[in-house]
Ligand binder design. Structure first.
Ligand SMILES: C[S@@+](CC[C@H](N)C(=O)[O-])C[C@H]1O[C@@H](n2cnc3c(N)ncnc32)[C@H](O)[C@@H]1O
Length: 356
């Protein structure tokens, strides 16, 4: 984990010194990329966090954690809306951190942000180390891959071009998608495709993947796209877009261990909220949304036994929902940003302290 000023504590990087986007491997400038990238639910996220970030933050300035900094679109918006706001921006992708750092510096916001290279399930220790003592006022998760990652052919996230089967959000660590395809058993592969890709033909695809790797190891994406198309029945090929989409999603989730990490991160983020602090999460498929809902919902109910006449203070809800159900985008939001189509938004507020 690396981080930087705000006031230096465990600092090694800040938004000005995190390394430029160029040195992190992107030829495009941060403003160019930012101009192409419209953050999903930008206004709604700002509106939901506003009451927590605008006041009631106690004696010092409010702090927000952007746990999925990406290109920094949401964070720039929040910092510009709240001139005293401080922020911690987390990403496991160094290229994203460098680009966001350049963008924040160009907007004159770098001095208010501490950048942290980490997987976001470390959010608890990051808040302990770099956040205010009583907890932070806001946390945002905008899950999944960024347009930067999708557009970087060599990263192997997109199935539209032939590219190395990598898919690691942090290219420096862990097995690649090719490693998964080359080493998993048929049972393991079937589970990954079925559960993470919700792929009906998981067993057929897994069997075909294994038959092919006996002839040549998996290296790039184009043969996988072709194999998935050939492995599923002809009628299924004609519906629901590219049939490889589900397989690619499943591999990405497995490679980055996305769901287990999320299941650890949401409770840690809730623990790190000050009273009055708000959590906003944008999910992009039902598995993520379910994890978010299940992490929050139990704490929105009183656990006072029903037969007691009064609600016991220590059993009152610790959280309240700010959204009723998972909010879907409007047609206008989808038109402005097609990536928003599958987005679902949930938000909650901490309403009382819970003893550690
Ligand atoms: C959808 S993008 C965020 C876009 C950002 N909100 C913006 O407005 O530019 C998601 C980012 O989260 C990062 N990310 C995804 N999972 C992560 C994890 N477990 N830990 C840290 N960063 C993660 C990705 O590397 C990616 O840069």
């Amino acid at each position: 984990m690396e981080s930087g000023p705000l006031p230096p504590r465990s600092s090694t990087e800040n938004a000005e010194s995190a390394g430029s986007a160029e040195s992190a491997g992107s030829a495009e400038s941060a403003p160019d990329i930012a101009a192409r990238h419209i953050p999903v639910f930008l206004d709604r996220v700002g509106d939901l966090l506003m009451p927590a970030l605008a006041g009631g933050a106690g004696p010092g300035p409010a702090t927000v954690v952007d746990a999925t900094l990406g290109l920094g679109g949401h964070l720039v918006n929040l910092l510009q809306a709240h001139p005293d706001l401080l922020a911690i921006g987390i990403d496991r992708d160094r290229q994203a951190l460098a680009l966001a750092g350049d963008r924040l510096a160009a907007a004159g916001l770098a001095g208010r942000v501490r950048l942290v290279h980490a997987v976001y399930d470390r959010i608890g220790e990051i808040i302990d180390a770099d956040g205010p003592a009583g907890g932070v006022q806001g946390v945002l998760f905008d899950l999944g891959v960024s347009s930067l990652q999708l557009d970087s052919t060599e990263r192997g996230f997109a199935y539209a071009q032939d590219a190395p089967l990598d898919m690691r959000m942090d290219p420096g660590s862990g097995p690649t998608a090719a490693d998964v395809l080359n080493t998993y058993s048929a049972t393991e592969l079937t589970r990954v495709l079925r559960v993470y890709g919700e792929e009906r033909f998981a067993a057929r695809i897994a069997a075909a993947v294994i038959a092919r790797r006996d002839r040549a190891p998996w290296l790039t994406s184009a043969p996988l796209v072709e194999l998935v198309r050939d492995a599923i029945p002809a009628p299924a090929r004609r519906t629901g877009g590219n049939p490889a989409k589900r397989t690619f999603q499943a591999l990405r989730i497995e490679v980055n261990d996305e769901l287990a990490v999320l299941a650890r991160a949401i409770p840690a983020a809730l623990d790190g909220l000050a009273v009055g602090g708000r959590l906003v999460v944008l999910s992009f498929h039902s598995l993520e949304d379910r994890i978010v809902k299940r992490a929050i919902d139990p704490a929105t109910h009183s656990t006072t036994p029903l037969d007691l006449p009064v609600d016991l203070p220590e059993r009152r809800p610790a959280l309240r929902w700010l959204t009723r159900g998972a909010k879907a985008p409007t047609p206008q939001e989808i038109q402005a940003n097609p990536r928003a189509a599958s987005a679902r938004l949930r938000a909650a507020e901490r309403i009382r302290e819970v003893a550690a």
